[in-house]
Design a protein around this ligand. Structure first.
Ligand code: ADP
Ligand code: MG
Length: 314
């Protein structure tokens, strides 16, 4: 039909909420509309787009609501909160993308799939929960939660106490077949939000677990499953850099797999931010993907044309 690429786009936190904003629905919708325009430009250029996204602030807000409402309605577990956030963000993207596409004269279905990602119960991450979720609380609260539940809490650099959960590796996307078929119909699919709802396989069923999956590593699984040619991670910096925030900082333009692996070993990419993005790109290309891109959210169209971002190829 067209010469376009099949692209999995991973949206970072800034695509939905800007730093300093309170996070009202109207604020988030306005941010998502700006993001949707970028995505619609890629669709208008003939590309097949599959969208995934982070959910940190949104799931954080849902967790606060669980605590605040605990006396009136039962609090939901973390996996159910993740599902809620996928629905919320998917709804905003469906509304905004639909609008952006119609503005460009394109009639295409936009659909969100509530997505589960299988993790290994023996993943070493379960022994060392490191990923903070939800808001900061005081010491009394944290100690009381640790005494009455099996939750783990840590003191976070003088800012207060936060719950930490495991961040296991995503192995596969449960709904991969459904996603691939929807994509074939021409739909724009929003999938695996927040890295996917982590589930373990048990006697042929899937059981939600109290963990969070990194959205960039989850995006790599999606890209693999839908046989995407490009994995594009959109964030708030124009490129991945080596010697980041030092006088020797150098932004990476085009890099090979071997160079990326060398830079990873030298420790240039921070765990929890640029680290998982670079690792997702490395895995994608190592698994046979054509190109992985890390670029600014405002430069998606430029990046796919090769004029912006960090491009990683074999
Ligand atoms: P997102 O919400 O898009 O996933 P993150 O905050 O997790 O965004 O990751 C992007 C951040 O990574 C940038 O704002 C930047 O400060 C940080 N970062 C850490 N190391 C690097 C690096 N080597 N090169 C570029 N950015 C880096
Ligand atoms: Mg991040």
């Amino acid at each position: 039909m067209s010469t376009g690429k099949r692209i999995v786009i991973a949206l970072g936190g800034n695509a939905i909420l800007q730093p300093g904003q309170a996070g009202s629905f109207a604020e988030q919708l306005a941010n998502v509309q700006v993001t949707a325009d970028q995505i619609a430009d890629l669709v208008a250029a003939g590309h097949t787009v599959i969208v995934t996204h982070g959910n940190g602030p949104q799931v954080g807000a849902i967790l606060i609501q669980q605590e605040a409402g605990r006396a009136q309605v039962p609090a939901m577990p973390l996996d159910a909160c993740g599902a809620q956030s996928q629905g919320l963000i998917g709804y905003m993207l469906q509304q905004c993308l639909g609008k952006s596409l119609r503005t460009r004269g394109i009639e295409r279905p936009v659909a969100t799939i509530v997505t589960q990602a299988v993790v290994n119960p023996d993943d070493p991450a379960f022994q060392h929960p490191t990923k903070p979720v939800g808001p900061f609380y005081n010491e009394d609260w944290a100690k009381q939660r640790m005494a009455s539940t099996d939750e783990r809490w840590i003191e976070d650099a003088g800012r207060g106490w936060r719950r930490v959960v495991a961040s296991p590796n995503p192995q596969r996307i449960v709904e991969a077949q459904a996603v691939a078929r929807l994509v074939e119909t021409g739909a724009i699919v929003i999938v695996n939000g927040g890295g996917g709802i982590p589930v373990i396989e048990k006697d042929g069923d899937f059981v939600g677990v109290e963990a969070v999956i990194d959205k960039d590593l989850g995006a790599e699984r999606v890209a693999h499953d839908v046989r995407a040619e490009v994995l594009m991670i959109l964030t708030d910096v124009p490129r991945a850099a080596i010697n980041y925030r030092t006088p020797q900082q150098r932004e990476l333009d085009r890099v090979s797999l071997a160079e990326v692996e060398k830079y990873q070993q030298e420790g240039h990419f921070k765990a929890g931010s640029m680290g998982p993005k670079v690792e997702a790109c490395r895995r994608f290309v190592a698994n046979g993907g054509e190109t992985a891109i890390i670029a600014s959210l405002t430069q998606a169209v430029e990046a796919i044309a090769g004029r912006a971002g960090t491009h990683i190829t074999r």
